[in-house]
Design a protein around this ligand. Structure first.
Ligand SMILES: [Fe+2]
Ligand SMILES: [Fe+2]
Length: 200
């Protein structure tokens, strides 16, 4: 089964800056994503994107929401339409005249799967957060106190164990850090405390 999108241009330049309202985005999220584990993953990535936009890119609130929205909806079609993953949510956002940068970020969140390269900083951070967020969450679930006291060393140890969260591609993580021009350590240190606060 191929998830390749076979195109590189998404949305309409005239729609730059268009977003869904938070209510609209949440409605789509709640109707499309029924699996609580996936919901939590998407909310975690959304929180990371928003925090990064605010703290590292110094973006205003409108732009923070654009980043957050990309995170919140990036896997929206995975639950009910896995064979159309990425394609369906992209088409939905195109039909709703959403900002092409948000659509491109979602389209490039798995370059190997969808055949779209992360280009902008938003693209690159979404790609970087996606897999690492999942591995760190898996680690929290096996710790007696969850995120409490979790540190860089522990996460790096899990990363080295190939059998731990084996579906998380270590190569993708390294590749994503390189593309985003951030060290793996800095990324892990950024994620742990942010992700610790996210609940359904
Ligand atoms: Fe995905
Ligand atoms: Fe994801």
């Amino acid at each position: 089964m191929s998830l390749l999108l076979n195109r590189n241009s998404f949305g309409n330049a005239a729609d730059a800056g268009n977003v869904l309202s938070r209510d609209e985005a949440e409605e789509l999220f709640n109707t499309w994503v029924l699996n609580p584990r996936l919901q939590l993953h998407m909310k975690q990535v959304a929180a990371l994107m928003k925090s990064w936009a605010a703290e590292k890119e110094n973006l205003n609130e409108a732009d923070q929401w654009r980043w957050e929205m990309a995170g919140l909806l990036h896997d929206a079609d995975w639950d009910q339409w896995p064979e159309r993953h990425c394609k369906k949510i992209i088409e939905e956002l195109e039909n709703r005249n959403v900002d092409p940068e948000i659509i491109h970020a979602i389209a490039s969140h798995g370059p190997l799967h969808f055949g779209v390269e992360p280009e902008t900083k938003m693209d690159k951070m979404l790609f970087a957060f996606d897999e690492l967020s999942g591995l760190i969450h898996a680690y929290s679930l096996m710790r007696p106190n969850g995120y409490e006291g979790m540190d860089l060393k522990g996460v790096k140890k899990r990363l080295k164990e190939k059998s731990f969260a084996a579906n998380v591609s270590r190569e993708d993580i390294d590749d994503a850090c390189e593309r985003a021009n951030i060290t793996l350590d800095d990324l892990i240190i950024f994620i742990i405390p942010k992700q610790a606060t996210v609940t359904l």
